[in-house]
Design a protein around this ligand. Sequence first.
Ligand SMILES: [Zn+2]
Length: 303
Amino acid sequence: MHTEKIGKNLFMVELETGGFKNLICSYVIKGKKPFLVESGPTNSIPNLLSGLKELNVELEDVEYVAVTHVHLDHGGGAGTLLKFLPNAKVIVHPRGMPHLIDPERLWPSSQAVLGFISEIFGKPEPVPKERVIPVTEGSFDLGDGAKLTVTETVGHASHNLSFHESFNGGVFPGDAAGTYLPEFHVVVPTTPPPFYLDAALASLDKLISLKPTVLYFSHFGKATNAVERLKDYKLQLQLWADIAEEGVRENWSLEQVRDRIIAQDKVMHKVADFIKSHRIYSKTVLENCVRGFIEYAKQKQGS
Ligand SMILES: [Zn+2]
């Protein structure tokens, strides 16, 4: 299993979900008690547990598992994980809480959006209600004067949270800041319907105002130039939205909107071949995310 120290008291666990590298990771903050960010999907909980072992984390010491949102790839494994962490509680947005306690509706809707990918991630197990802490703001003590601060950053989902850790001044944005491709050091959008552009842009402004030093992407890994990336991502979202709006006005197919995005977005142009040949990203970026923008554009134009 692959774990890596990426900052003061901070470690990344490569989850290698379904054998895919550089796709999903969890983070461990070693403060006064171990603090986890993202459970990742159900099917890679065994990999997370062996990562914790590699980091010498005693399972009964883990106090919190913070999930940025309840999509299968971020909080889907929380119920399974908690079976192994007898004293841990899950931190989640109140709008995500019902889906953690009772995932019976989340699973079929995830299957509908993700198709075969939902089977790679695995079906979520319920989290006992008394072990969920619903929050939209506030902070948690990490020890040594450090804290983890919660910021509500909706847009990608109506219940996305971001977390700022003060040991290093970095932010865990979940999917609020896009998907980072470490192979190319660039960010691409991954926002399935329903996508809320205005909320997403406002959330990015919130993250920019925190002046983070680094971003810890759940997909995938640590990235520097945090503020610059967040600003660039705002422009990228706006560009995709403009293209989608033009496409809806002109009655383009999804493929036509997608191809226009690849032609006009410099980042997408650079990574298009990689994404097209990637089993997961070809679906989440080039289908679901393009659809997210088209649905947004249709909604905006009232059609
Ligand atoms: Zn995600």
